[in-house]
Design a protein around this ligand. Structure first.
Ligand code: GLY
Length: 369
């Protein structure tokens, strides 16, 4: 469940965590700020470029996440995302535009590399907020999009390795509850995998096995604030790898995957969507900020609500991965995850006008070791 790419270990961590969320701007000046999940270094840079050129806050974050959606090497978003149980990539995306207070969303859409653009079309050109499945594809086609195969060789290999993994005891099984899935960790049968996939290198096979037994939820959330105080946000994902076809996560749910009220701020989430949906995380965070909480505390409050879903049972929570992101209207920001330590913590991406950089996430529980 844990996406290890987002973790960092380092001795400077303690100071960094302590300074998290210190981007409050003096005198209430609106300096443009973009934040995103850790996989958004290029996305935040692009979004900031659009803001500096005077572009709209929503156009900025969409242009940013399009980079990740089109990146075949990000296996949790858009093109190259890990597919569903049937080997078909199904994408979810949602967005909110602060100035107009409008929203758009698509869920379980197949064959379109940039679902965030389709969510924007839903917002701009319909009286609806959300279109799903076959209807979402037909809607995109009506606007000239062509259905494409979104599998890459890498994601296709991972799918086949997942099929192989189903033979293993304790393999991840969609038809069991999350709790039942959280036990066991079969070792990779490298000999069999090598003979089954002779042209695939060992690193890719080991990665594919990890994805098979700990399916990724990936996702990118990106939030923006411009110098006029306007804000927008977007979240886009290929969702849970190997999901039951039609499964919809938190990303396309307005209030869970993303929420923006530019009189207060914006928030979003990545990680296990089934946890976030049950606490409506993004909306919860914005409402906490509305009532005076700092972004860091609002994020921690949302994480506490996730923890309560499992009665604060750390043995279960230890295996779960969820992150929240918050950007307040004055530019202060924070992100948080369930677990971290002063030596090893998750990160998020910030761009406040220069280069994109990673900042440490705050965390609810301290991991030992
Ligand atoms: N957060 C992405 C998902 O659960 O689908």
């Amino acid at each position: 469940m844990i996406n290890r790419r987002q973790w960092i270990a380092g001795s400077a961590a303690l100071a960094a965590v302590a300074s998290s969320g210190s981007a409050m701007q003096a005198g209430g000046a609106k300096k443009p700020v973009v934040i995103s999940s850790a996989n958004g270094m290029a996305a935040c840079a692009k979004a900031m470029q659009v803001l500096k050129e005077g572009g709209d806050t929503l156009d900025a974050v969409i242009a940013g996440v399009n980079i990740v959606e089109l990146d075949p090497n990000d296996t949790s978003v858009g093109y190259g995302g890990l597919p569903n149980e049937d080997g078909v990539v199904e994408l979810d995306a949602s967005l909110m535009h602060g100035p107009s207070k409008r929203a758009g969303s698509v869920a379980a859409i197949q064959g379109i590399k940039t679902p965030s653009k389709i969510a924007k079309l839903v917002m701009d050109h319909t009286s609806h907020v959300m279109i799903v499945g076959e209807g979402a594809l037909r809607f995109a086609e009506a606007y000239g999009y062509k259905k494409e195969d979104l599998l890459t060789e890498k994601s296709r290999t991972a799918y086949l390795v997942w099929k192989e993994s189903l033979r293993a005891p304790n393999a991840f099984n969609n038809w069991l509850s999350m709790e039942e899935n959280l036990t066991g960790r079969p070792a990779p049968p490298m000999k069999r995998l090598r003979s089954r996939f002779p042209s695939v290198d060992d690193d890719t096979l080991a990665w594919a096995w990890e994805m098979a037994i700990h399916p990724t939820y990936g996702t990118i959330n990106c939030l923006s604030l411009n110098e006029k105080g306007e804000m927008s946000g977007v979240t886009t994902t290929s969702g849970l790898a190997w999901k039951i076809p039609g499964r919809v996560g938190d990303s396309p749910i307005i209030g869970a995957g993303v929420y923006v009220d530019q009189e207060v701020g914006g928030a979003g989430s990545t990680g296990v969507g089934e946890l976030n949906i049950r606490i409506v995380g993004a909306h919860t965070i914005v409402e906490s900020m509305r009532h005076g909480m700092a972004p860091k505390d609002a994020v921690l409050e949302a994480l506490k609500r996730v923890s309560k879903l499992y009665n604060d049972d750390k043995a279960i929570l230890d295996k779960l991965d969820i992150e929240f992101y918050a950007l307040r209207k004055d530019g202060e920001h924070a992100a948080g995850s369930l677990w971290g330590s002063h030596r090893s913590y998750k990160q998020y991406t910030v761009n406040d006008g220069g280069e994109s950089r990673h900042e440490p996430c705050v965390f609810l529980y301290t991991k030992q070791g």
